[in-house]
Design a protein around this ligand. Structure first.
Ligand SMILES: [Zn+2]
Length: 371
């Protein structure tokens, strides 16, 4: 990689050798043998625009970059708690809420009142601000202590009250303070044959909600891709062959195909994996990506701590039994999003909480040396 002359280079993902030119020659060869690599952002660019971002200009071919952009990168930015925070912080406009995969998170109310506890919330765009609002219309408390809750759509889809599976004698709570909505719901229940001897109206008050993110495999692969990109950035020009060891090939294959590398690559390091909607945790002050070689019971591990929006602290294991040569890699970067509209990239000024990490300044800009 130290050679900055035109030639063939290998893409770290597809491992094909493709044409590479230094910046100053790319225009010149655009017609005859075009430059086949493009700038891949280490931190997905959907997570904010940063000055002096970390990019992989020489290591990822345009084709792979495009494929990731159209698939997992796109999905990652439109789902999960991270996708929700993007909406709430304005990294994604509120009117694009329609793209958001609401199944990727579970939002519920926590309350001491059994009628309220566990009720589902949904996202709503109110005057270009994304908010969590109650998704439930009717709650049944059954005589044997169960709770059944239905939203308006579910009520609409019913043809008879028997389909609800609600025993006779259940308390019926109509949720919401809106008089029109309430009447509509009562009417709807009547039309499907509900009895109203135990009808109770339950107006909405401010309730605390919790959000739990589903870390499905697709999201785990997107996160693992960021970890591999960060490792590649740290290795650039120095220990690049790590990217072609059996261990890292297995993790790259996991990102590309979903095939298990033989261990679970993504683990949550803090068991506190659900969040109070109003809590400050929802808006962490930045993103952290790091990588460290770690000795565990004589086994060598390559671990990437990842902390997106400082919501869910993750460890991404790129190798749990690394047999290759040892390298003194310990690095961490911090992307500050304290001012959401003026996002600047900054290196971490203080030691992160995890003492096994230390700081190392990594050159971020591609420099073309004279041939
Ligand atoms: Zn490629």
């Amino acid at each position: 990689m130290s050679n900055r002359q035109s030639g063939l280079r290998q893409c770290i993902w597809c491992e094909e050798s493709k044409q590479w030119h230094p910046k100053r020659l790319r225009k010149k060869f655009a017609g005859s043998s075009p430059h086949k690599f493009s700038q891949e952002h280490v931190l997905l660019d959907c997570l904010g625009a940063f000055e002096q971002d970390l990019t992989l200009g020489d290591l990822v071919c345009a084709e792979c970059n495009q494929k990731f952009g159209d698939s997992m990168d796109r999905m990652y930015g439109r789902s999960g708690i991270e996708g929700l925070v993007r909406l709430k912080m304005g990294h994604k406009p509120a009117d694009e809420l329609i793209d958001f995969d609401e199944n990727s998170i579970a939002m519920t109310i926590i309350d001491s009142d059994p009628v309220w506890n566990g009720l589902r919330l949904k996202l709503s765009n109110e005057n270009s601000v994304v908010r969590e609002v109650l998704d439930e219309a009717v709650v049944f408390l059954t005589p044997d202590g169960r709770k059944l809750a239905f939203n308006d759509q579910e009520l609409e889809d019913l043809t008879s009250v028997g389909e609800l599976g609600v025993p006779i004698g259940s308390e019926i709570h109509i949720i919401g303070a809106d008089e029109n909505l309430k009447n509509k719901r009562i009417e709807r229940l009547r039309s499907i044959g509900a009895e109203f001897s135990n009808l109770i109206e339950t107006p909405v008050h401010e309730k605390v909600g919790r959000i739990a993110g589903a870390m499905n495999q697709e999201r785990q692969r997107a996160i693992t891709k960021m970890a591999v990109s960060y490792l590649a950035k740290v290795c650039e020009n120095k220990f690049e062959h790590i990217l072609y060891t059996d261990e890292i090939r297995a993790i790259k294959n996991y990102v590309l195909t979903g095939e298990s590398p033989g261990f679970n690559p993504v683990t949550i390091t803090d068991p506190y994996a659900a969040f109070d909607i109003e809590s400050d945790r929802m808006l962490g002050n930045g993103h952290i990506l790091g990588v460290t070689f770690h000795q565990d019971e004589s086994r060598q591990q390559i671990v990437c701590p990842i902390y997106i929006y400082q919501l869910l602290p993750l460890n991404v294991f790129l190798a749990t039994d690394y047999k290759g040569a040892l390298f003194p890699i310990m690095s961490v970067h911090h992307w500050s999003v304290n001012e959401p509209r003026i996002c600047r990239r900054a290196t971490l000024q203080q030691e992160p909480k995890d003492a096994s990490l230390s700081m190392e300044q990594i050159p971020t800009n591609e420099v073309d040396r004279p041939a």
